[in-house]
Design a protein around this ligand. Structure first.
Ligand SMILES: Cc1cc2nc3c(=O)[nH]c(=O)nc-3n(C[C@H](O)[C@H](O)[C@H](O)COP(=O)(O)OP(=O)(O)OC[C@H]3O[C@@H](n4cnc5c(N)ncnc54)[C@H](O)[C@@H]3O)c2cc1C
Length: 369
């Protein structure tokens, strides 16, 4: 069921999330509690019930599902992690494709590859020739592609809901007592949970014990009006491959189904994750970075000189030490798992590791560590 239109100071991405949780009362005790309704938490909730239909699962989301990074992302599906491959990680894109197939997720996943762009050593036949503090060219084709993040959030939420996981929106976990069973404070309720997954990403860093180990940031993107096939060809984007730079200043982007193009770049620095609530894309540093991004996009190629922008938005990311995602047991309890911190590289990884986290909660697997 579609919920009311989502409008925030973070702007509006070109994605639509068609999910609204049922009005049900919060249970007193559950086998598994998931905190956070982004890709990570929703994937874990969907898989927990699939693996163990007899166990109770409750997911608590402080806002609406997809209100964090997952509903504001760019939707580029990339292999590995922001820190490259990690021993034992496995094939993230193959895992994502398998999940999409097994859960029958209608999310427009397409994996034609992705372009790495650079200011040096461009491929002699680079289809991309842009001007951006030097000449930007494709330097390598890597595995990757795109999906529709709104459809992925909705699809995972519907799947979790249909399997019997209870999803509670506007349900903030304000505190956890790390005893057995764990005691969660949710709005005015106390819930006992035998296992907990903390999938709160850039927020609630006190709960996930990540205040000292990861930095929350806010990053920005814009979408253009639809362009013609000829314009896509001139830009070198005819193959439908998304792109990202391997040097600085950073730039990434992808095509949309309506033929618009998303471009993203820029980081708003925050002293504390609580400042995310005050970030407004129409004011301060976020507005300045968006204006710079639009100017930069218009300068990339003559096709973009007077392009109109239809969407402007931003969202949180969490950058952990050494860019390595966090997937481990909570230092205060072996019954709590922490998953998140993918930097700008979490679309495929969050869904993939969400399933793995469900297996960890069922004690069938160890976290990546
Ligand atoms: C603009 C932008 C572009 C991006 N582009 C890409 C890209 O193209 N490719 C890519 O791979 N990655 C990209 N990323 C990163 C990617 O989107 C994230 O890594 C991924 O969505 C993280 O998913 P998650 O479920 O871990 O976190 P989130 O989606 O942030 O979910 C965490 C959820 O927890 C909830 N929460 C927090 N605290 C509590 C609490 N106390 N109680 C209950 N709920 C709580 C939040 O409201 C939130 O909904 C981008 C991010 C942004 C912002």
């Amino acid at each position: 069921m579609p919920g009311p239109e989502r409008k925030t100071k973070w702007g509006n991405p070109p994605w639509k999330i068609d999910f609204c949780s049922k009005k049900i009362s919060i249970p007193k005790e559950v086998d598994f509690a998931v905190v956070g309704g982004g890709f990570s938490g929703l994937s874990a909730a969907a898989w927990l019930r699939r693996f163990e239909p007899s166990k109770s699962v409750a997911l608590f989301e402080a806002n609406r599902v997809g209100a964090g990074s997952s509903g504001h992302t760019g939707g580029m599906t990339l292999a590995e992690t922001a820190a490259g491959d990690i021993p034992g990680l496995g094939d993230v894109l193959a895992g994502l494709s398998e999940i999409v197939k097994e859960l029958a997720l209608d999310c427009d996943l397409s994996l034609p590859g992705a372009w790495e762009l650079g200011r040096e050593d461009g491929l002699p036949d680079s289809p991309i020739a842009w001007t951006d503090t030097g000449d930007l060219r494709a330097v390598k084709e890597v595995p990757g592609g795109t999906l529709d993040p709104g459809k992925m959030v909705s699809g995972l939420a519907c799947c979790a809901d249909a399997s019997g996981a209870q999803i509670f929106e506007n349900a903030t976990v304000s505190n956890i007592e790390f005893q057995a069973p764990l005691r969660l404070n949710v709005n005015d309720n106390v819930i006992l949970a035998h296992k907990v997954l903390l999938a709160t990403n850039a927020m609630s860093l006190e709960l996930s014990d990540l205040t000292k180990r990861a930095q929350p940031k806010f990053t920005l993107a814009v979408a253009t009006e639809p362009l013609s096939e000829v314009q896509h060809g001139a830009l070198g984007l005819g193959s439908g491959r998304p792109f990202y730079t391997i040097d600085f200043p950073y730039l990434w982007g992808r095509l949309l189904k309506n033929r618009g193009v998303i471009f993203g770049s820029g980081l708003v620095h925050l002293n504390d994750w609580h400042e995310l609530a005050d970030v407004d894309i129409s004011a301060g540093q976020a507005a300045e970075l968006l204006a710079q991004l639009e100017k930069r996009v218009r300068g990339l190629h003559p096709v973009l000189h007077s392009v109109k922008f239809t969407h402007r938005w931003g969202g949180p990311i969490l950058i952990p030490e050494h860019w390595r995602p966090v997937f481990s047991l909570h230092p205060r309890s072996p019954h709590a798992v922490v998953l998140g911190g993918y930097s700008g590289h979490g679309v495929a990884l969050s869904v993939y590791l969400g399933r793995w986290a469900a297996e960890v909660m069922l004690e069938r697997r160890k976290p990546l560590g």
